[in-house]
Ligand binder design. Sequence first.
Ligand SMILES: [Zn+2]
Length: 167
Amino acid sequence: MEWLRLALEEARKCTATPTAFCVGCVLTATHPPESDKPVILARGYSRELPGNTHAEANALAKARQLSENQLLEMFPGASSPISIDAILCHADVYTTMEPCSIRTSGLAPCADALIAAGIKRCFIGVGEPDDFVNCEGAQKLQDAGVEVIWLKGLEKECLEVARMGRE
Ligand SMILES: [Zn+2]
């Protein structure tokens, strides 16, 4: 829940728009995988990177920009060489809203991007309402073997922030 609250903080940084949701997410990982304290790899929010970009894709992009030195600082228990791909495949994502399964803009949907990165678990604050498209992100993730966990208790807040630009 603590990570979802951080993701909500990210979502609040979004520039509100009536045509898209405001979503925030946090990528966490332990490395080596059996170590117990998760570290924040990256955070992201909707439209943070140029273009009509999404929170999850932005967090992944930012994680991939980390240098080896930055990764070694984040994970002092790890040894060099350390690769972001190896970390991402046992990483968790906490997102305020269900990752998208369809992008009308032609960009890759976040569910696909998370699956391609090999993310292990996806914690979701609230399902995507049918405001724009019918989202099947959670189903898509599950079908690809990603564990999907619906977090309880912050649904209303996640939805309110998502719709910041819509009133
Ligand atoms: Zn998306």
